[in-house]
Every structure is written in structure tokens, then in C-alpha cells.
Design a protein around this ligand. Structure first.
Ligand SMILES: Cc1ncc(COP(=O)(O)O)c(C=O)c1O
Length: 351
């Protein structure tokens, strides 16, 4: 696949390069020798700062978001236990069955209208508890933001957390885009984390390179983490380069400024679409993603010049994503192309 040149990609926030301040931080950490496997000053500083920001007991760096999810849930599960998650979740759809393959735990999936689990939806999967023939639900997994770009409110998180505590379940949060959720809700990371037992904090989609963090909220969940991270091949020997990236993201809340910008560009895109004939926004725009429905000729015409994914071929749903480096001009040019593709669509209908 060639490098995407010219027009800005609206495919994903991981089509974007690294934030220049992150690259500077990697270069600055490239001084002399350091102890490996996280026994270095960069790791101590970044992990400590993350714990402060989240009110957490521990922070552990890994290389990607799928690994963060597998490690996170592995800390909460025994072999016969199961994870309740949305059927649209990244864990279920886009991790090549990693949880099932690597951990051997079952996923109990639930259909949702908007990617979000509710207490009622979780309750539908709490059957068979105490029955030795059934995998036992133990973890509720949600993504904040969801795969469909939607955000849980703090109240929704609190309700899920209360259900989990009442039912003896753990709440794991896939935070690949947690920064975008904090920007959307205008809240602190600690407020998002308060409902969770373990969560991930995505660096990659926020301007880092192969750096994600697993945030463990309580001391008693820390016991196995270093062993499981090593077994799952996520213990980086030159850890300082992952840690330095998180320090760069935390410095003057770069993570938040980048997420606010990405969200603002998605909001601009969403607003630009309103009133365009033949384009319907599918879900509320609550992060850096816009899902829209339009006819297939228009999608094909647009994809000749622009990079983005078709989310649902049958229903004509596309996903358009913005990132920390998407500009207003990028968005305006894309909106204009979407508008013009309507004329292509009208012309092709007339033929
Ligand atoms: C919600 C969500 N979780 C996790 C991930 C992590 O994926 P990766 O393993 O590609 O870093 C992604 C990436 O697209 C995601 O969208």
C-alpha cells in the first residue's frame, strides 16, 4: 500500500504520523545507556505521572491497543470466566480473536444500537451463573469512546460500575481513544477512570508511536501484571522510548489539546454535512469520528480521491475520522468533495 500523499486521510487517526513533540521526546531520551525493561528514570516518571492523573495504583506500557486489551482483561479473568462486550467492540471484531486465542476466555457479545452497553443489556448476559456448564461472566468490557464514535456519559459509566459491583463483575475500559472522550465530556482522566477496575489509555491515536498504557486502579489487581505482560510479549526492553512518549503527551496536557482539536475537526465535518442532500449522519458526533450513510456510487466516487473506510457495505455506512493534525482546510475541502459527489450521484441516476 503506497504512502497516502496529497489529500488528508479521513481513514483513521492511526493514518496520521507522530506528534512532533513526541518525536522530540523520543530523541531526548536517546542519551547514553539506561537500565532495560522499565527500570529506568523515564518509565518511573511517566508511570508515576499517569498514576497521579488517573488516581491509579499502577501504569504499564505496551506496544498496541489490542495487547493492552488482552493484558487488561487477563488480569481480571480465571480460565472459565467470560467477558460481556458489545458485538461491535474492537475486542470482538478487530482483534483477530486475540482474547479467545491467547487467553482462552469466552466473549459474551450483546447487540447495541450505538456501540454502548447499558445495565439492561449487560443483565441479558448474566444468565447461567453458578451453572458448571456455562462460562461465568466476570468482566464487562466497554470502549470509551466506542467503535461507533459515541461516548458514555459519566452517569452511564457510574451506572455500569454500580451494576458490576453489585453483581461481582469487573469493569474494563478500552481507552484507545480515552483522550477524545475526556475532551468531549470536558472531564478529568480520573473521573473517567473512577468507574473502572482496569483501563487502557491510548497513545497511538493521540500522536504516539507503538505506545499504549494499561492503567490498574487498585493495588490488589497489580499482583500478576508484570508476569502476564512478559508472557504476552509486551515487556519492552527499551521501555524508556515508550515512557518518554507518555511524558510528552502529559506535558501541558498535549493529549487533551490534540484530542480537543481532533474532536473539533469532526464536529466541523458533521456540521458541514448538515443540509447536504443524500447524506445522513448515523450516530451523534461525540469524538473524532463521523459515521454517515450515503449511496454507493457516491462512496465509490469519493474513494477515488479520498482515503476512508466503508463501515457497512450493505447499508452504505462510512466512517470518517479526524486526527490531531487534521486542518480546517482539510475538512472544508472534504465537505466540498462530498457535496460535489452528490452531483455525480444525481448525474448517474439520470443516465
Ligand atoms: C476501540 C479500539 N480499541 C483498541 C484499538 C487498538 O488497536 P491496535 O491493536 O491496532 O493498536 C483500536 C484501534 O483501532 C480501537 O479502535
Amino acid at each position: 500500500m503506497p504512502v497516502i500523499t496529497g489529500r488528508k486521510s479521513f481513514g483513521s487517526d492511526n493514518h496520521t504520523g507522530a506528534h512532533p513533540e513526541v518525536i522530540q521526546a523520543i530523541a531526548a531520551a536517546n542519551v547514553g545507556d539506561a537500565h532495560p525493561y522499565g527500570a529506568d528514570e523515564w518509565t518511573a516518571r511517566a508511570a508515576g505521572d499517569l498514576c497521579d492523573a488517573f488516581g491509579a495504583a499502577g501504569a504499564f506500557f505496551v506496544f498496541n491497543g489490542s495487547a493492552a486489551n488482552v493484558l487488561g482483561v487477563s488480569l481480571l479473568l480465571r480460565p472459565f470466566e467470560a467477558v460481556i462486550c458489545a458485538d461491535s467492540s474492537h475486542l470482538n471484531v478487530d482483534e483477530c480473536g486475540a482474547t479467545e486465542r491467547i487467553l482462552g476466555n469466552k466473549l459474551l457479545t450483546v447487540a447495541t444500537p450505538d456501540g454502548k452497553l447499558t445495565t439492561e443489556l449487560v443483565a441479558t448476559r448474566l444468565t447461567g451463573r453458578g451453572d458448571e456448564h456455562r462460562a461465568q461472566p466476570r468482566v464487562v468490557e466497554i470502549a470509551q469512546v466506542t467503535e461507533l464514535g459515541t461516548c458514555y456519559s459519566l452517569d452511564e459509566l457510574r451506572r455500569l460500575s454500580e451494576l458490576c459491583r453489585a453483581e461481582g463483575l469487573y469493569l474494563y475500559v478500552d481507552g484507545a481513544r480515552l483522550a477524545n472522550a475526556a475532551a468531549n465530556l470536558d472531564c478529568e482522566l480520573a473521573e473517567l477512570a473512577a468507574s473502572a477496575d482496569i483501563l487502557s489509555f491510548g497513545g497511538t491515536k493521540n500522536g504516539a508511536v507503538a505506545a499504549e498504557a494499561v492503567i490498574v486502579m487498585r493495588d490488589e489487581l497489580l499482583t500478576d501484571v508484570s508476569y502476564l505482560r512478559k508472557q504476552q510479549m509486551q515487556l519492552g526492553s527499551k521501555m524508556r522510548f515508550l515512557a518518554a512518549q507518555f511524558s510528552a503527551l502529559l506535558e501541558d496536557k498535549l493529549w487533551l489539546r490534540s484530542a480537543q482539536h481532533a474532536n473539533a475537526m469532526a464536529a466541523r465535518l458533521g456540521a458541514g454535512l448538515s443540509g447536504l442532500p443524500g447524506v445522513t449522519v448515523r450516530y451523534p458526533v461525540q469524538s473524532n469520528a463521523v459515521f454517515a450513510v450515503l449511496n454507493k456510487e457516491r462512496i465509490t466516487a469519493l474513494q477515488r480521491d479520498w482515503t476512508f473506510y466503508t463501515w457497512d457495505e450493505d447499508e452504505g455506512v462510512v466512517r470518517w475520522m479526524t486526527a490531531f493534525d487534521t486542518s480546517e482546510d482539510d475538512v472544508d475541502a472534504f465537505v466540498e468533495a462530498i457535496r460535489a459527489s452528490g452531483e455525480v450521484g444525481i448525474a448517474s441516476q439520470a443516465v
